[in-house]
Write a protein that binds this ligand. Structure first.
Ligand code: PGA
Length: 249
């Protein structure tokens, strides 16, 4: 059985005090679903968030990391640093990283390998832009993001990979892919994995949907057979909304 996962991507929001407040609100919520819950605060709050949640069923994950082991990369954070503050999972390839920080498929492939070498789990994000969808190229774009970012890996590595399909046109816009569009793309992603590796690999990987998931649309999106969870931006900043989504399974 594939894992259900709901991960909150806090992006560049919440200083230390707000992080503490939101975590204490999250702890008051009750979980009625089988979904794994993750939150991704800013680097500066990871250690504190890790300490505050270690008795709870909330995993603290990072939003990014560098591909190098260490060295002269001013302003960057490596896998070992994340591990040293208790972080075992990292989000890589978010469309905001790709668009504003020039992350390429090539640099992401290196980051993925580096994270796996440090025994970390990766939430690998990808998705097409609006023009790609309008031109009918969305499947080709997604396929090439998967090939270039992940297909250097051995089949076994996919035990440590979670996929997050996030159509760029749906992120922070209030516009979601319809549940059918999400299902079609998730099924296509699974087929792409089955063709490259095996049906077993494809069936074992959790594929999250991201892009304007809210309490009022989560249930329908999560009801689709190939949607195994969500990567939640805006709605993850409110404890009640986030748990309404967690409990939509
Ligand atoms: P959103 O963000 O839920 O605010 O659209 C999703 C994401 O960027 O992961």
């Amino acid at each position: 059985m594939r894992k259900h996962i709901v991960a909150g991507n806090w992006k560049m929001n919440n200083g230390l005090i707000q992080t503490e407040t939101l975590i204490s609100e999250l702890k008051k919520q009750s979980k009625t679903s089988d979904a794994e819950v993750m939150i991704a605060p800013a680097f500066t709050n990871l250690w504190h968030a890790f300490q505050s949640t270690r008795q709870d069923n909330i995993e603290v994950v990072a939003q990014n990391m560098h591909f190098a082991e260490n060295g002269a990369y001013t302003g960057e954070v490596n896998a070992g640093m994340l591990k040293s503050v208790g972080i075992k999972t990292v989000i890589l390839g978010h469309s905001e990283r790709r668009a504003y920080f020039n992350e390429t498929d090539e640099s992401l492939a290196k980051k993925v390998s580096q994270a796996l070498e440090h025994d970390m789990r990766v939430i690998f994000c990808f998705g097409e832009e609006l023009e790609d969808r309008k031109a009918g190229n969305h499947e080709a774009v997604v396929k090439s993001q998967l090939e270039n970012g992940l297909f250097h890996l051995e089949a076994d590595a996919f035990k440590h990979i979670v996929l997050a399909y996030e159509p760029v046109w749906a992120i922070g816009t209030g516009e979601t892919a319809s549940p059918e569009q999400a299902q079609d793309m998730h099924a296509f992603i699974r087929k792409t994995l089955a063709d490259k590796y095996s049906a077993e690999v494809a069936d074992g990987v959790s594929i999250l949907y991201g892009g304007s998931v809210k309490p009022n649309n989560a249930k329908e999106i999560f009801s689709k057979p190939d949607v195994d969870g969500g990567l939640i931006g805006g709605a993850s900043l409110k404890a009640e909304d986030f748990y309404a989504i967690v409990n939509a399974f």
